[in-house]
Every structure is written in structure tokens, then in C-alpha cells.
Design a protein. Structure first.
Length: 316
């Protein structure tokens, strides 16, 4: 299943089902560049990198990934993944709502661990490597969850997800593995209390990125974006580049080309209509930007995708 990106950065799709909010994602690299775009969600995400070279951005902080490791994304954290080396294999992820583990009885587990996690008062560790004694058992529990979903990545889709069925045994196995993960983290004192942080930069970036993703069809200027966060244009450009390692207009272009790719994959619209629907008023500018970001033309991309062999990196 080819996943299309939500037009806003806060994901509105469900991870799993309403009754069992847990899903896995297996992302496979299609080349160097953006693998998973900036977004955030209210669920916990656990990422397993099993090799390759990546850059993980979390709340304006960059983390270099060059070997096997586990990363934890807390609810509400803005994050993205960039492939730094073209032959990097990819990453696996588990996304779950902590409420899935809550019970009617208000026991010690609920009071001291589950409720604080759900309310954001307790944070997961950022990263664990194989040198940490908790890594191996955590990786084992992670693998048990992935196997419970019974899903292997295909060659066609760069990012695949799967929500578990309503099978009782499968859900019990997944829940027990999630509880093992919490137990291992707790046993090694790896949860940390939330520090009060009134830094408005993250909220500002979320505001700007959401605006771009909701208004990419319209004319967007630096002045418009700077006004959203009450900054002058020069300071805003420096602020944005420091946060996302690209200029505001480069991000706008990337957003528009992502939309163009989605339309080429999911519709039969002529290239000129794809151009207009993606926020470009000039076909020549659209074609130049599309080739710059994907290495091919819109028609060539559509033909490759239809044949089941997309050659462009469609996660830019």
C-alpha cells in the first residue's frame, strides 16, 4: 500500500485501529534525501535503525545515526528522517498510544508509569545503543512486536504500515511485548520527568510548517511566514534554516513537489493540471523544480511508478 502524506504536519490518520491503536511502519530508502518528512503525532514512536547512515531531526535537534540503535519519539515531538547515504537500508518503527496498556484497576503501574506517560509528565529516553545493557532485551521485544504483525516490506512502497487485526492472541502478544519494553526501561531507570520548557521555537516551527502544508497551492512569501511567528524576515530565514537545514522556500518547493508526486501516482491528471494543483503557475518552473528534486520528469516518473519501478526518491 502506497502511503500518501497528510496535508498537515500533525498526522490525522489513525495509527492502528480505534480499539487497538498500535501500528508498525517499515521504511525502505529509495536513495539519499528525505525519507520521512517533518511531522508529529500524539502517540509514542520507537524507531529501530539496523544499519546505514541517517540524520534524525527531533524538535530542532539533529542526531547522526550511523550504526544499530533505538530511538524514542515522545508524543508531540516534531521529527523527520533524512537518508545521508544512498545505500542505507531504512528503519522500522512502532507507533502506539500508551492508553492501549491502561487498565480499569488503578494500580501502581497505572499511577507511577502509565498515567505520567499519557499526561506527558514522564519521557522516554532519546537513544539506546548496543553498548547499553537494556538494548538487547528491548530489541528482542521490538522484534516480537514486528513479527506479531506478520508484515514484510515490499519492493514497491518506500514506507509501508500495517494495523493489527482483531485477533485476540496477536493483540495479547503485542501488549505483553509493549509492557516488557516499559518494564525494561523502568528497571534501568531510563524514564525521565518532564522539564518545564517554555521555549516557543518548536511551536513556531510547527505553526509555519502546518501553514505551508495547508496553503502550498497559494502564493507564499517569506513575509507571510515570518509574520506567523512575529519575526523580521532576515531573522526568520536564519531561524528556519537552523531548524530544518533548508531555506523556507526550499521547504515550500519540496512540499509542492511531494503533492505533485502524489497526484502523478494516484490520478490521471495531465501534467499541466498537476502543475497547477501543486501550487505552480508556470509549467517551466514546475518541470525544472521537479527534475531538480527527483532527477526525472513528471511523465517519466508516472511511467516508472505505473510499471512498479519508481526510480525517483519520492520522499523529498
Amino acid at each position: 500500500m502506497q502511503i500518501t502524506q497528510s496535508p498537515t504536519l500533525k498526522e490525522i490518520r489513525s495509527h492502528g485501529t480505534k480499539t487497538f491503536p498500535c501500528a508498525i511502519y517499515q521504511t525502505r530508502s529509495a536513495g539519499k534525501g528525505m525519507l520521512v518528512k517533518h511531522h508529529w503525532h500524539n502517540e509514542v514512536e520507537i524507531l529501530y535503525f539496523f544499519g546505514g547512515k541517517f540524520r534524525l531531526d527531533i524538535n530542532m535537534e539533529q542526531f547522526a545515526v550511523s550504526s544499530e540503535c533505538l530511538y524514542f519519539i515522545n508524543p508531540g515531538e516534531l521529527h523527520s528522517i533524512t537518508t545521508e547515504k544512498s545505500d542505507s537500508p531504512g528503519e522500522d518503527a512502532i507507533v502506539f498510544d500508551p492508553a492501549i496498556l491502561s487498565a480499569a484497576s488503578y494500580d501502581t503501574t497505572q499511577i507511577q508509569l502509565l498515567s505520567p506517560i499519557q499526561s506527558g509528565r514522564l519521557l522516554f529516553p532519546r537513544c539506546l545503543t548496543p553498548q547499553h545493557p537494556a538494548f538487547a532485551p528491548l530489541r528482542d521485544a521490538f522484534g516480537d512486536i514486528m513479527r506479531s504483525f506478520g508484515r514484510q516490506p515490499t519492493d514497491k512502497s518506500p514506507r509501508e504500515d500495517r494495523a493489527v487485526t482483531e485477533d485476540l492472541t496477536t493483540q495479547l502478544l503485542i501488549k505483553s511485548a509493549l509492557l516488557r519494553i516499559l518494564a525494561i526501561l523502568s528497571a534501568h531507570s531510563l524514564f525521565t520527568p518532564t522539564e518545564k520548557n517554555d521555549d516557543k521555537r518548536i511551536a513556531g516551527i510547527k505553526t509555519v510548517l502546518t501553514y505551508i502544508n495547508e496553503n502550498y497551492r497559494e502564493k507564499i512569501t517569506i513575509r507571510d511566514l515570518a509574520a506567523l511567528v512575529s519575526m523580521n524576515e532576515q531573522y526568520f530565514c536564519r531561524f528556519f534554516r537552523k531548524a530544518l537545514d533548508r531555506s523556507p522556500m526550499q521547504y515550500v518547493s519540496a512540499c509542492r513537489i511531494r503533492q505533485a508526486i502524489r497526484l502523478l501516482e494516484d490520478t490521471d491528471l495531465p501534467v499541466m493540471e498537476v502543475c497547477l494543483e501543486s501550487g505552480y503557475n508556470n509549467l517551466g518552473n514546475f518541470l525544472r523544480e521537479f527534475r531538480k528534486q527527483t532527477g526525472t520528469t513528471p511523465l517519466q516518473y508516472r511511467r516508472h511508478f505505473s510499471s512498479g519501478n519508481p526510480t525517483a526518491n519520492n520522499q523529498q
